[in-house]
Design a protein around this ligand. Structure first.
Ligand SMILES: [Zn+2]
Ligand SMILES: [Zn+2]
Length: 369
């Protein structure tokens, strides 16, 4: 009996501490199929009508109105739920309650509503290999949970908190879950990162290649952030494809820049105009027949392809009518170095030490409502 009471008590506590997150899982669409394994209920914000379904239904915009199955909807919100919180959207499984935001005549959006950690279950596999050492996965989990909370209002205007793409964090619902990382989410439940009592921004990247980066050297219009510094990292040396090189024909670079509102004539030279003490390029100068173009190295890298020019830690060589970029690292280099976290975990550091290394001066706190 005592054990039973204890169970109820701890379960209630865990539930009470969880913020609820609204995730835009299918945005601005005109048709979708929604279903569930069991009976599900559909209810409308403007009427008391509810419907029960035991088969998948089609939601669509037709004749400038939203239709749920055959019912024309005047409500701006439609809720869909089952008793076991297991629904499908276009055949993909989700664990939360669903809500349709009616933006007829243009489109509608499907939002999943669920406790924060259940959302984190569905993102970790997209961010890190669950088979990595546990402490590295835990560090990633705390960074991802903090990131979600910090970005809670990102899509407030659209009627939800976060989206399911790299704009926020890639989220795939129940099918993206992994039993190992799920257990580690539970083991660190409620743990977040703060700096002087405030939630922090927790950027992370594949691996830094030797030094992490100051965000001011990467993005436009960013202020100094005390816990995001250039730090020497010796832990990511074993990362696969630590060094890389990529070759671009001059004409290819000309067409990419021109197509992205940076019109250039025949390129005469491309050089690193400004370099960070981390070894990354900060600014690129493209000299061409009609003048010159200056742009952030990170932007240049994204335009040419972030999986080809894998980081801004590169040197440029001219090779006849082409340019060769030789570099190391993967990603922007700011904050947590994921391969470095793996390296630290393999050397025996725990997730708290890993996070404090990559976000210096921060504290691990417990989420409180
Ligand atoms: Zn987003
Ligand atoms: Zn590193």
């Amino acid at each position: 009996m005592l054990f039973f009471l204890f169970l109820i008590f701890t379960t209630t506590l865990a539930v009470a501490a969880q913020p609820i997150i609204h995730v835009g899982i299918l945005r601005n669409v005109t048709e979708a199929t929604v279903g569930a394994q069991n009976v599900f209920e559909v209810s409308f914000s403007k009427t008391d009508n509810t419907g029960l379904y035991n088969h998948p239904i089609i939601i669509k915009i037709k004749d400038k109105s939203l239709y749920v199955d055959t019912k024309k909807v005047i409500s701006d919100r439609v809720a869909l739920r089952t008793e076991d919180n297991r629904m499908t959207v276009n055949g993909r499984k989700y664990r939360g309650t669903l809500e349709i935001i009616n933006n007829a005549p243009q489109f509608f959006t499907i939002v999943e509503i669920l406790p924060l950690d259940e959302y984190v279950y569905g993102i970790i596999k997209h961010e890190i290999f669950p088979k990595w050492p546990e402490e590295a996965v835990k560090a990633q989990i705390v960074a991802a949970r903090t990131y979600a909370l910090k970005n809670f209002a990102k899509h407030a205007k659209e009627g939800y908190d976060v989206c399911n793409t790299t704009c926020c964090q890639v989220y795939g619902g129940l099918e993206s879950e992994d039993p190992v990382s799920k257990a580690l989410v539970d083991a660190t439940t409620g743990v977040i990162l703060t700096y002087q009592g405030e939630l922090i921004s927790t950027p992370y990247h594949g691996f830094c290649g030797g030094y992490t980066e100051d965000p001011r050297n990467v993005w436009e219009g960013v202020n100094k952030v005390k816990y995001l510094q250039i730090k020497k990292c010796n832990f990511c040396k074993k990362a696969p494809r630590y060094s890389w090189s990529a070759k671009f024909e001059r004409t290819k670079i000309e067409s990419i820049l021109t197509a992205n509102s940076l019109p250039v004539g025949k390129i005469k030279n491309i050089k690193v105009n400004d370099q960070s003490s981390s070894g990354r390029a900060i600014e690129i100068k493209v000299t061409h027949k009609d003048g010159k173009v200056l742009l952030k190295a990170n932007k240049f890298r994204l335009l040419l392809g972030s999986d080809v020019i894998r980081s801004a830690r590169f040197k440029i060589k001219k090779d006849k009518d082409a340019y060769i970029f030789e570099g190391a690292g993967w990603g922007h280099g700011v904050g947590l170095c994921q391969e470095g976290a793996k390296g630290m975990a393999e050397k025996g550091y725990d997730y708290k030490q890993i996070l404090k290394f990559y976000y210096p001066g921060t504290e691990l706190s417990q989420w409180a409502n």
